[in-house]
Design a protein. Sequence first.
Length: 110
Amino acid sequence: MGMIVQVNNTINAKKGDRVVIGFKTAPLLKMSFMLYVFPIILLIAGAATGETLAPRFEMDPSMTSVLAGIFSFALAFVIIRKTGDRVSKNREFKPFLVRIDRTRTIETPQ
């Protein structure tokens, strides 16, 4: 099983070499947070805000909570998309070659 990732060839790997790639830990954790935790936080915050503000506008708290939660959840993905475009250009978030794995080579189709 393999994966195709574009990285700079800093270790002079040849076609067919099996390589080990790495990611810096801090950027990987930041992106994991943005993808998994951030939307849930916005969903909960939106739902709580909707429930709190509903009585002011004489609306049903449950329905307002649901709608505000969905809106906030969707907003999280818009923010992630915008951030992702910027992050994809940042070298800090790119994988890098660690070493060539000499234990086995991959057969390449002709």
